[in-house]
Each structure stands twice: as C-alpha cells, then as structure tokens.
Design a binder for this molecule. Sequence first.
Ligand code: GLN
Length: 253
Amino acid sequence: ATSARVPDADHEGKGVIHVVHLYPREMSIYGDLGNTRAIAARIRRHGYVPVVHQHHPGGEFPEQAHLILGGGGQDSGQVRVEDDLERIADRLRSMADAGTPMLMICGMYQLFGNAFITVEGKRLPGLGILDVTTQGNAKRMIGPVVLSTDFGDVVGYENHSGSTTLGDGQAPFGTVRAGQGNNGTDRTEGARTGNVIGSYLHGPILPANPALADALIGYAAKLATGRPFEPVPQDDGLADEARTRQVRRLVKR
Ligand code: GLN
C-alpha cells in the first residue's frame, strides 16, 4: 500500500482515522476517487486526522484500517483485482464482522457479493460479505437515481450492466424513488449488512450525500478512538441544495 505520512502525537486532533481505498487504479471510474477525497476532507473538518492508504494488487494490506472504500470499474478491472481480493478476503471479512464501515460502489459492490457473472458468461466469485448475486446483461442501466435510505434521501448516478438480486433476508441499501437500482424491477438498491454498504451510485456519492459520509465517519471514529463520534457542524448548503433539486426533478408526486 502507498500511505500518507502518519501524524505524530501532537497533531492527532481527536484521533487518527485510517482510510483504505481498495484498488484506486483498477476500480475508480465515474469519479469514485471523489469519495476518498471527500471523506478525508470531512474527517479533517470534524477535527480528526485522516491517513489515506491506497491498496493495490499484490500490496501489503495496511495494519490499521478504520474505514474501507471501493469504487466502480469495468468488467476487465474487476478481473484484474480478483486474485488480490481473494488474498485479503479473510481480513476484509473479519473487519466487516467487527463493525468496520465499508462503502463499495458498483464493481466493488458486485465483488463484495457472492458472484458476478459477466455478460460474456465469465463467473467472478465474490467475497460473500453481502448476500447478493449479479448477472451481466446486454442492456445497461444508466441514469440519475434517487433513493430513500436510513440516511435520508440519497442521490447519485448509475451505469451498470450487472443486474443484482438480494438473497433472502439481505437488506437493501435503499428503496428506489427514481432510477433502476439493483435490477430495475424490485425497487431495491444496493445492500447493507451492519456497517457494510454496497451501492451502484456514482456521483460520487459521498460529497453529494453528507449524511451518509458522516455516518461512515462516525462508525470509523468510534472504532479508531474507542469514544463516541464528536462531530463538528458542517456547512452542507451546496450539497443539500443540489440534492433537493435532483429529488424534485426526478421524483413524481
Ligand atoms: N462492470 C460492472 C457492470 O457494468 C460494473 C460497472 C461499474 O462499476 N460502473 O455491471
């Protein structure tokens, strides 16, 4: 992993939060890198110190990890990270069990499920952290999305060929108010188990939806410091305005 400098004790603020971005080269399309940038900036504004680690295939997984982010990618990018994901699978599974917050978008969401079968019929096994299965289709699902979630209305943009089905008892991340979501038919979008969230929403999702960003930071802060999250009020006026506009434009009353 390539890592930012770890701060010394005098500059730790309320605590140091280690963020790991999985496969930023292979899996980071449609601006998903923006999630890592937004979370680091927001951690800092809340008075904590972010340390961002980039995990690349073949690299050593960071010793400390309080928040894991993964983005979307083409089917070919997913093939390139498969072996490494298998290598770090046990670590990711035990961190998920321990309550480590994780946000996996699109291609990485698919790989956190049981399997992704590409449109050509190639089966990519997943981690099984989320009980979902994805089948690639010739027809892509593309466009702006509005969801209703535990974190309020969430807006974003989807572009995927994979059609995802939730296993029995698997909670979705949200309910589709506009757009296609997991499969275009059952109005579910993404999946959530504990603090692990998978979603198709690019945008990137975190700058557009600060409540979701703060929820992830809150879980990570508690994990990193052993104390409850101590947030600082933020000015989210721009994001709130843009989100309200997207909801009004897309959701029919
Ligand atoms: N290759 C996957 C699909 O099309 C993921 C695409 C993405 O990450 N945007 O379903």
